[in-house]
Ligand binder design. Structure first.
Ligand code: C2E
Ligand code: MG
Ligand code: MG
Ligand code: MG
Length: 285
């Protein structure tokens, strides 16, 4: 009877919401509200996860991963935060915030003789701002950091959409020309449309954790991953394996001539200070 009444008032969409939906919506608006606050107060943090070169054993680069623990809602994981911010557009602000923090960190490392590259994650929505590349380059210049110490990670899904958007390709080329490199993240998660390889200035391929996870399970999977690595190499790309957790995975990847690994086996995401300590220890062992 209630539904009928609501419908009569033209409110069928409202009546269709379950209590689960209500809970999800109110959490979403709480996150949105607190995120504004967190950005204002500089309450987002970055952890850095090492990317280890399998040939040299050295850490030449780290990936910056955003972390947020809010005093009211507690920890909000990137997997929850990023989609919400992509939807409401706050991802642009997060992206700039991350870039600014990374630039400051890079400058500090540079001043102290620590040679390190950092890669940051971006969403396609950031690139839909026509001035994004310009703003990024201004920020980098303002901080006096070297653009070639920066890499931008884009997902496969991003690449697929970007290929058809001229202004995005142009902005990527502009950033690339200034020295910033691009990595293709989450490679192999289901958008095998390789034409974007020709259009976009990508130099690194990151095979997704979901694929690396099953490397020891099936011989066929091993052949597939070996093929993915060779595929990357034949295009002169550097290949990174994501989410490497065990020695067995590591040795298989080494035998397959994979260039870099990133995963708990070699290092968790950590604060800049912990990373520096970790680097010193790993240098002497
Ligand atoms: P991603 O870029 O693919 O990052 C790798 C994720 O895998 C990270 O999760 C990292 O903590 C996790 N990871 C690394 N090694 C291992 C491992 O050996 N085992 C397991 N189980 N996990 C591992 P995290 O930090 O939760 O980030 C999730 C996703 O959120 C990222 O996936 C990225 O797509 C997105 N993200 C994170 N920070 C940012 C950001 O600043 N901007 C944007 N746009 N996206 C971000
Ligand atoms: Mg990434
Ligand atoms: Mg990744
Ligand atoms: Mg991934």
């Amino acid at each position: 009877a209630t539904i009928k009444k609501v419908k009569e008032r033209g409110g069928s969409a409202i009546s269709a919401l379950t209590s689960d939906d209500h809970e999800r919506l109110s959490r979403k608006s709480l996150i949105e509200k607190r995120l504004i606050h967190a950005l204002d107060r500089h309450n987002l943090h970055l952890l850095y996860q090492p990317q280890v070169n399998l040939k040299t054993g050295k850490v030449e680069s780290v990936e910056a991963l955003v972390r947020w623990e809010d005093s009211e809602i507690g920890i909000v994981t990137p997997d929850e935060l990023i989609p919400i911010a992509e939807e409401n557009g706050m991802i642009n602000e997060i992206g700039l915030y991350v870039l600014e923090s990374v630039c400051t960190q890079l400058k500090d490392w540079q001043n102290r003789g620590i040679d390190m590259k950092v890669s940051i994650n971006t969403s396609i929505r950031e690139f839909r701002d026509k001035d994004m590349a310009k703003i990024f380059l201004e920020q980098i210049q303002l901080n006096g950091c070297d653009p070639s110490s920066l890499a931008i990670e884009i997902t496969e899904r991003f690449a697929l959409e970007a290929e058809a958007e001229r202004s995005i390709v142009k902005q990527m080329q502009q950033l690339n020309a200034a020295g910033i490199s691009f990595s293709l993240d989450d490679f192999g998660t289901g958008y095998a449309a390789f034409r974007y390889m020709l259009m976009l200035p990508i130099t690194n391929l990151k095979i997704d954790r979901s694929i690396i996870k099953s490397i020891t399970k099936q011989e066929k999977m091993q052949k597939l991953i070996k093929g993915m690595i060779q595929f990357g190499k034949s295009l002169d790309l550097q290949v990174t394996a994501e989410g490497v957790e065990t020695n067995e995975q590591l040795e298989l990847l080494r035998a397959m001539d994979c260039d870099l690994i990133q995963g708990y086996i070699s290092g968790y995401p950590m604060t800049a200070a912990d990373l520096e300590k970790w680097l010193k220890v790993s240098e002497t062992t």
